[in-house]
Design a protein around this ligand. Structure first.
Ligand SMILES: Nc1ncnc2c1ncn2[C@@H]1O[C@H](COP(=O)(O)OP(=O)(O)OP(=O)(O)O)[C@@H](O)[C@H]1O
Length: 567
């Protein structure tokens, strides 16, 4: 390592990307200062296209002291901006000049359980659980950890439901549903390690705003409907739809959380006999009907300043008078259709019809309903519509009272509850493997098939609110078709690299690289970029153990970016 720089201020002019200097550039370069141990690193941001990934890589490149920087965070630990800094593809625009940030140093951790995390603060208190914002010690990534007391679970006879919640979350992957990364346990608690959603509850924003306009409500309704459709297609009933179970991600798109009431029935209801007496089937229809009904209540609630209250017999009085005058005829009609509890085939002729249209309305009918005209459902699924509301990046979206409650946790590892522990790492390892293949110059031999990977990255890139972990399932599928063919197969394999001419190959590799640069925010990764920067030399990359999480990918990117000692 070079000479010690502690207690010294490092002032580093970052290499600016090539641009046409003949044109006048009125942009005033922003300065960001990063406290790393006892030194301060000053980075000049050349322009607004620079990303959080780029900033992190610059800081790592310039830091020469002990320790490995894993992430950046705000000085005052503002949770939403801390999460923003971890999303590599995000622009540095929201940061003002002379912003002061702090480096987070990777902590070694051999623990395989909940000890891998540092608990930061309470962000939610539910009926059965508390939710704590936590940072993974090695990667610096933030997660929301939902914690349930085993004693309480037992007392309320909820073990079956707790395991069901874990099983359901482990098998699903959808842009509008929270992702479960790990499930683990101690002697006294269960933990679900979930993706952290810094935008707060929809209910929290609804309270602040009062009510949504029909257009705003349509956006949320559409994203929720797609999540419900995905669940019902897999025979999962959510059963817990309310503004508090819908959270906003950093861009304002929704994610459904809280599967504490969810129920999963037979994988295929049509495998059941069509006997209306069939207990399971009937229950499954009722559960799904409940989702439509609650969707109706939710739509009413977000458009009004009040909730619809059920009578003691659980019925609702539905008439024109319950609707305020400003609502359109179409939305009133849709709410009434959704609130109809006519689910058990009273009007449907047989059970098969009922299964397709659980409460007299099907997903297709809702999508075709006049109020939903104009929604392009494919666009909606790809998050192409701009959210009506973007969470404030400068202030927390969580209840300050809850955050004041101190975090007090027992982390003793204890006996295993069968079927509880879970890890999404295998999927992430595949993501890592693929990234490694694409990143490594020497590892791009002719026999690799690049098309699937390229398509994946393209798809990721087109989705503006790209979220690396959210796309891991898709990437997992892609990696399956990205296996290295045996030598005998190489020549026969159509579409592989070998079948491309040298110039086609170069084009393909360079397009994959440019996609990857955009995705990771790391712009000076490859040898050809590095040649332009004398100081930058790629270190040979050796990651002995790939059985870790996506953070390894970041670590590898960082390692490659470490500057060779200038002396
Ligand atoms: N992934 C997440 N990111 C950020 N905050 C979250 C996340 N998951 C939950 N929370 C916060 O924690 C609160 C409680 O979580 P959740 O609703 O899952 O718990 P619960 O005990 O099942 O609650 P309920 O009382 O609704 O049954 C949520 O309302 C939300 O504010």
């Amino acid at each position: 390592m070079g000479q010690s720089t502690s207690n010294q201020e490092l002032r580093v002019q970052s290499e600016k990307p090539r641009r046409d200097t003949s044109k006048y550039n009125p942009y005033q370069n922003k300065i960001v200062k990063i406290i790393a141990n006892h030194s301060i690193i000053t980075i000049e941001i050349p322009d607004d296209s620079m990303t959080c990934g780029w900033l992190l890589s610059e800081v790592i490149r310039h830091y020469k002291n002990e320790g490995s920087i894993a992430a950046l965070r705000t000085k005052e630990s503002l949770d939403i901006l801390d999460e923003y800094l971890l999303r590599f593809e995000k622009s540095l625009k929201p940061f003002s000049s002379y912003e002061m940030l702090t480096a987070y140093f990777s902590e070694d951790c051999d623990d395989v359980g909940i000890g891998r995390f540092n608990f930061l603060k309470n962000i939610g208190i539910g009926k059965y659980s508390k939710v704590v914002l936590s940072r993974k010690k090695d990667t610096g990534i933030l997660y929301a950890i939902k914690i349930l007391e085993k004693q309480e679970v037992e007392k309320n006879n909820r073990l079956e439901q707790v395991i069901a919640e874990r099983n359901i979350l482990a098998q699903i992957s959808h842009p509008f549903i929270v992702k479960l990364h790990w499930a683990c346990q101690s002697d006294s608690q269960f933990y679900y390690v979930l993706k952290y959603l810094p935008g707060g509850e929809l209910g929290f924003h609804l309270k602040n705003i009062g009510r949504f306009t029909e257009n705003q409500a349509k956006f949320y309704f559409g994203e929720i409907l797609l999540a419900l459709e995905y669940l019902h297609d897999r025979n999962i009933a959510f059963k817990n739809l309310k503004p508090e179970s819908i959270m906003l991600d950093i861009d304002g798109h929704i994610k459904i959380i809280d599967f504490s009431q969810a129920k999963s029935s037979s994988p295929n209801p049509y495998l059941f006999s069509l006997n209306p007496e069939d207990q399971n089937n009937t229950e499954s229809i009722i559960d799904k009907t409940e989702d439509f009904y609650k969707l109706g209540l939710l739509l009413y609630e977000v458009l009004n300043t009040t909730k619809l209250i059920e009578k003691p017999d659980n019925s609702l009085e539905i008439s024109e008078s319950i609707f305020p005058k400003y609502l359109s005829k179409d939305v009133k009609n849709l709410i009434i259709r959704l609130l109809s509890k006519d689910s058990l085939g009273k009007t449907n002729k047989n059970l098969e019809d009922t299964l397709k249209k659980p409460n007299g309305i099907s997903f297709e009918e809702i999508k075709q309903h006049p109020w939903c005209q104009g929604i392009n459902w494919q666009r909606m699924l790809k998050k192409k519509y701009t959210p009506p509301f973007r969470p404030n990046l400068k202030k927390s979206n969580f209840d300050p009272e809850i955050m004041k409650v101190p975090v007090n946790l027992d982390t003793f590892e204890g006996h295993e509850e069968e079927n509880f522990n879970f890890s999404s790492e295998s999927i992430e390892v595949c993501y890592w493997n693929m990234t490694e293949i694409l990143l490594s110059d020497s590892n791009l031999p002719s026999e690799r098939t690049s098309t699937d990977a390229e398509e994946t990255f393209k798809a990721l890139l087109h989705n503006k609110s790209i979220d690396i972990t959210e796309n891991t399932t898709k990437i997992y599928q892609e990696i399956q078709s990205f296996t290295l063919p045996s030598h005998n197969e190489i020549d026969e394999k159509k579409g592989n690299f070998k079948s491309l001419s040298p110039s086609e190959r170069t084009n393909k590799v360079s397009s994959i690289r440019s996609l990857l640069k955009t995705v990771t925010g790391v712009h000076k990764y490859f040898a050809e970029d590095q040649r332009q920067h004398k100081n930058l030399e790629s270190l040979s990359l050796h990651i002995p153990d790939l059985s870790s999480d996506v953070g390894k990918m970041q670590e590898a990117v960082r390692k490659k970016l470490i500057l060779k000692d200038e002396n």
